[in-house]
Unconditional design. Sequence first.
Lengths: 308, 253
Amino acid sequence: MTPIITIANLSKTYASGHAALKRVDLDVREGEIFALLGPNGAGKTTLISIICGIVTPSAGTVTVGGHDILAAPRAARRLIGLVPQELTADAFETVWATVSFSRGLFGLKADPAHIERILRDLSLWEKRDAKIMTLSGGMKRRVLIAKALSHEPRILFLDEPTAGVDVALRQDMWRLVRRLREQGVTVILTTHYIEEAEEMADRVGVIAKGEIVLVEEKAELMRKLGRKELTLLLHDPLPALPPALAGHPLALSQDGTVLTYTYDAKAERTGITGLLTDLAASGIRFRDLQTRQSSLEDIFVDLVKDRA
Amino acid sequence: MNWPAIRAIYGFEMHRAFRTLLQSIVAPVISTSLYFVVFGAAIGGRMTSVDGVPYGAFIVPGLIMLTLLTQSIANASFGIYFPRFSGTIYEILSAPISAVEIVAGYVGAAATKSIMLGLIILATSALFVPLRIEHPFVMVLFLVLTAVTFSLFGFVIGLWADGFEKLQLVPLLIVTPLTFLGGSFYSIDMLPPVWRTVSLINPVVYLISGFRWSFYGHSDVNPAVSLGMAVVFLVVCLAAVARIFKTGYRLKS
């Protein structure tokens, strides 16, 4: 699939000397949901801000829909809707006015029907005449999303969309993002909540200390890097691990009833057959067993730890 | 040209003025009316006319200029400072909109508001003193030039300021003194020769003098020179704004 955003060799060093991005290369495909995952201060917001034209890059190029962001900023920016991390909105304006303002700012003719549809989708219709300062934090977040969608963007950036957001809004937001994707909108979200990336994304990019550490299909990432745990519930408690099993990476629970075996799911030999044979030889019987794939969170912690 | 964007910013700013009608329109009109009452009626009655113009009428162009300068700066500086302060500037920066369009929206609205104020004060003053306008076209030209120039200047201040105090600093420390010393309430011909020469380095002298000429046909300096200076100030402010957008000063890191 053709990339809708192409980032090549992008660097940003702020006037303070802080190198927020270091030679970043990244392609985002049209129509996908891309999650940019990284701890606070990793460079996520800087990267988004450069693509959207809020921060000037120090080096490198970005093209959006084939338009270079510096050479053809208008064409590039028209395609983009941005929902910023901070809840910044014109406190004294009404919801309707501020959302209509955004549409005008992006050069589109007024379209009350479109604005109404967005406000209804985001459960803001009842609040359309309310001043923004009277709204709750979650409602303000919805207003920012409505502003970004008011000009019918082909690419939507959600910078930390669910930071400080309640469950209802989070689920609304996820529904909305899926619907947008069905309409062909490319969605790029940054998050440090793993479950968000895991739940939503088609692909995941991990960023740490200004560098893209890895970009992978989410499923592939979880398969490739996932460690698995095999948990055995023992029939009779064991006082200690028998010496015959010492060769296996095993952990015994305190009460002696649960054995946990950790293995690399991507390895050619997982060692499970050997383990089971040895267990049988030692006369250890088990009532039940289960395996668990480690989550993106575990993968992520591993990756970021390695860079530190 | 992204016309809808200019219209959006302009409309937003004008709406802000009408939302805050009391501060933005009523207050300046009341404070200027006080000048008429004090200088025009109370003191002016005991003063001789200046260049054949009754004192109360003589100060009208200067008072309109005073309002025009301070309100243009206040409107434009606040207009761009507040989005920077609140963070909503992100949307302006990420929109498909050029520096020219941003300036047209903000400065256009600020200038419109101060011209409206100037006209309201002109109408109010007609209630207190006998007015005549000999060169209405030139009068409007000065009104517009000054409003646009000082709105641009205010825009620069709004970008430069990094706190609400600084927004007040330039108007209070520089613009108000220059206006008072620029002949709002007197003709610089009344000054001793040395001070008359010193006054000529005050840019506001040219604006007030030229503006007054459009009313009564008398001026401290040649009206053509005044007009020339007004255009020079406009160009200087335009250049400053252009430079700011080129370098991204205080807007982009």
